[in-house]
Design a protein around this ligand. Structure first.
Ligand code: HEC
Ligand code: HEC
Length: 330
């Protein structure tokens, strides 16, 4: 599915642009061939060959290299682009130059400031669990708000529950395993592996960020200056246990985490997954984001919490493998 997401994002296509219309109702139909699917298959082989013959087999050229979120790659240089005002650089795209800026703050300094900003190590240590209630909205709900809950327990257990009628779903990380159960989905219950497991583990770690320095490894800093919503941000990069690279964006003034972008691997390229955090509020002396918006190659969702209760007992079953949800909704 992540590979399908990569292809869809690289060409700005929906699943059913390539697959037959009835695939939405009957997952078996995804296997049926269509002319555009056959073209895509040829392109997959072409890209494999380009990389084998020119880049020592390293995944260098991808669908996105030519397609740039369009079905029809362009052939002729654009004079309007050459002489026009260059578009603003996507902050997610910035990378460390050959020589990281020696005057820039180190990853340690940026992370220490973040731990201070959310309340300091001592206060963080005294928050061992919380439950949050609020709403979820996303593409799957047509952005209608549904009741949602988050359960979190240190060290790193986390479950989110979205209630029916439309987009019922549960995501669980029990400290070792991760699952997503979603109603009306191609795959009703998925056991997460690789980059998808990295993504939920990382979110669970961020609920109690005191150990974030140990959790991610291979820290790097010294990215070129960049802004998010007109605020200067400092960027650091680390690597999650299954190997996914992740960038963390901290507000330069407040020190708070405002964005994460994780790059998870597929057979044909990296998929970015961005989460923006906002509306930090004080809960038992610790600053917790009450709102977060996730964007990835095949979805977009928003959680807004209204009530967060610190240090409450949570039934262990909340962090168990969820049951596949009942379908049958519209
Ligand atoms: C650019 C065209 C394209 C888009 C867009 C696309 N797919 Fe595919 N899909 C393919 C191709 C090509 C294959 C077949 C790979 C092969 O077997 O050679 C495939 C295979 C599949 C399969 C496996 C079918 C089977 O059983 O053989 C599923 C399921 C699937 N796609 C789902 C999706 C979903 C869900 C999306 C949207 C996120 C999507 N696809 C977007 C081209 C596409
Ligand atoms: C080296 C450049 C290049 C790369 C890399 C590339 N494509 Fe293409 N692709 C093209 C060009 C050029 C066309 C248009 C051909 C034409 O106009 O007849 C095209 C057309 C297509 C089409 C047909 C669109 C339509 O409307 O019929 C699909 C689907 C497609 N590519 C999928 C992919 C996928 C999937 C990948 C990655 C596995 C990929 N392409 C990688 C250059 C590329």
């Amino acid at each position: 599915m992540a590979t399908m997401g990569f292809i869809a994002a690289s060409l700005s296509l929906n699943c059913l642009d390539c697959h037959t219309q009835d695939s939405g109702r009957d997952p078996a139909k995804y296997a049926e061939d269509t002319p555009i699917k056959q073209t895509a298959r040829k392109m997959l082989l072409m890209v494999k060959q380009i990389n084998a013959q020119n880049f020592g087999g390293v995944r260098t050229v991808t669908c996105y290299t030519c397609h740039r979120s369009d079905v029809a790659p362009r052939f002729t240089p654009s004079l309007a682009e050459q002489y026009g005002t260059p578009p603003e650089r996507d902050p997610n795209d910035i990378e460390i130059a050959q020589q990281p800026d020696p005057a820039a703050p180190s990853a340690d300094q940026i992370l220490d400031k973040y731990i201070q900003a959310v309340g300091g190590a001592q206060r963080l240590a005294s928050l061992t669990s919380f439950t949050a209630t609020g709403t979820y909205s996303g593409y799957d709900t047509d952005f209608a708000k549904l009741p949602a809950e988050v359960y979190a327990k240190a060290p790193g257990l986390r479950a989110t529950v979205i209630h029916p009628p439309i987009g019922q779903g549960t995501t669980v990380y029990d400290g070792r395993n991760g699952w997503v159960a979603a109603a009306n989905s191609l795959l009703p219950l998925v056991t997460l592996t690789g980059g998808e497991l990295d993504a939920v583990t990382f979110e669970a770690e961020l609920a109690f960020p005191a150990k974030i320095k140990q959790y991610l490894t291979g820290w790097r800093a010294g990215f070129p200056p960049t802004t998010l919503d007109d605020h200067s941000v400092l960027v650091v990069q680390g690597t999650a246990p299954a190997g996914s690279r992740v960038k963390l964006f901290f507000d330069k003034d407040s020190g708070l985490l405002v964005r994460t972008v994780m790059f998870t691997t597929t057979v044909i390229g990296l998929n970015p997954r961005e989460i923006d955090y906002s509306d930090y509020r004080d809960v038992a002396g610790v600053k917790i984001p009450f709102k977060w918006t996730a964007v990835w190659t095949d979805g977009r969702s928003e959680f807004e919490m209204t009530d967060v209760r610190p240090n409450v007992a949570i039934d262990a079953a909340r962090f168990g493998k969820p049951a596949p949800p009942k379908s049958g909704n519209p």
